[in-house]
Design a protein around this ligand. Sequence first.
Ligand code: GCU
Length: 667
Amino acid sequence: LADDGSRLWLKYDLLKDAQQRDKYAALTKFIAANHNSPIVASAVSELQMGFQGLLGKKVSASASAGSRTGGVILQVNANAQNLLEDGFAINSQKGNIVISAKTPSGVLYGAFELLRNIQTGKSLSNLAIVSNPKVKIRMLNHWDNANGTVERGYAGSSMWKWTELPFRIDPRYIQYARANASIGINAASINNVNASSRFLTAEYLEKIKAVADVLRPYGIRVFISVNFRSPRTLGGLKTSDPLDPEVKQWWNDKTKEIHQYIPDFGGFLVKANSEGEPGPQDYGRTHADGANMLAEAMRPYGGIVIWRAFVYKADPNGDRFKEAYDQFKPLDGTFDPKVIVQVKNGPIDFMPREPFHPMFGAFPNTTLGMEFQITQEYLGQSTHLTYLAPMFKECLDSDTYAKGKGSTVAKVIDGSLESHQNSLMAGVANTGSDVNWTAHPFNQANWYAFGRLAWDYDLTSEHIASEWIAMTLAKSKAGQETIKRMMMQSLPIYISYTYPLGTAHMMGEGHHYGPEPWLEKSGRPDWTSIYYHRADSVGLGFDRTGKVSNALSLYSAEVQKQWGDPERCSLDYLLWFHHIPWTKKLSTGRTLWNELCFRYYDGVEQVRKLQTDWESLKPELDKETFENVKGRLRIQEKEALWWRDACVLYFITYTKMPIPAPLVPPT
Ligand code: GCU
């Protein structure tokens, strides 16, 4: 049967090597679980499914191992040593493999780790694994609408069948829950941040309850994105002013009602006063007023409020880079402890490469959460091969120097830098109704990588890629290495033919897909391309030093030093911070113009190399997957040419210089 990708990385195909199978089989003769809970039951059934598939044998489960050896024991032990909530240990102990955790969820994560060890061919002898998640809330944000569309979704329509819920449970919800649990994701907000109030009606709460009931046995809590104007639109109140007593009461009542459906409700996610969405500023109140009012409604419950910091005024004379920082900085220290402010990785909007958001490290008294975008709005959507782990890592590993060297963004996010209790990493999901969930088979790896990094941001991109490849694609070691190389090169290649040298926001309006660097007018005054790239006859780039916007001053002195001097600034970030003359010689020995051309042209060549690499894998790949990716790589090549030619020919209207001869030989 062709592999349609629907099983993601949980394929559990029979291992080909019989000897290897026997070795694993000798250590997995039975399962014993000392705990009777739906989550531990999920762990048991997952192990049974995995052993059945990978090893071809039925393994029975019982409550106790007795005197037996050669089995897998699952233990929930509230006093387990060295473990945090959700963490797990796997040890070879007295002839058995013992998975222990403080909570049922920890046991489930341990079970998936054990299966991953088998899927990736690791030895199960002498196991001594201790694994704790670095971040507490590891969450997917679905931008799915009630009508079945997905904002910035490129893999079909919504995976949530709102018209069928709560009566029909699509089996894919369970597969989704398993996939998430296998990488440690424990939270999901199920609707678009541009939220419809409809999700708070009793009709929809019943549907959301049905989803929550499916996800709960996999340790996943449900969140709802809310529309701040709901007291008016749903409640018929005259205002949604967060300081109005009736409004507060409305939210208290609504929160109580939600808990009648979903007792372990995760909380609210709010996009307010951003891109036309309503919010507290409509009533002269602050983001903190709005967030704290919702936190108050949540007070009796375990849930939280996630308040997004993605705000900007669209001032063509300002610098959007600074706006979230400027709006939120005066509020640092005024948010309720139940509030997490969710900040996008960069200051603009999920560009292929952005400097880390200047809010990270600058808000010691606010719990900041990370928002990454897994769906590839600006990164080739579902047709370009772009492995995002290196981008996530680049941000997390960035040093804010907030408390001296080593104050990385990751340490801001995990709460350790400022001793915050809560921590959050969210990723805007790339899932949809497509049979393989993500349209491009390689986009599955971005979902996978997000979860793995939310659990442990110290894992390397290479390691995560290797795991994913071994569980999904090539069989031979050489094949796996080729695919890993392709994945590791893919982001730099994409950046070369789209946004080299720290350029940003030159995509087509609305669809955000192909190039439109010439965009001069737009519905929003700062949404033109020329606002961002600032090309003129002298040079290219947005000067964010003291001379123009001074956005650089939002960073610590060390970071300013790193990016503030055009001679020392990494070429990857150069045009984010400097307006550089076309004729200026860069550290590569080429002028800016020649370097720009070189990168655009080289990007296209590299896509062609990806095609050749892929072709070499044909003999060992499943036909359907091979043809699927091959077709997408052809689109990628065509569109790399489109980006290259559009951008180079557009910038030539400023430089009036020829494309350097080695790239395009003179005719
Ligand atoms: C981007 C995206 C929007 C989305 C917004 C957000 O601007 O294009 O579709 O709503 O981000 O994060 O809120």
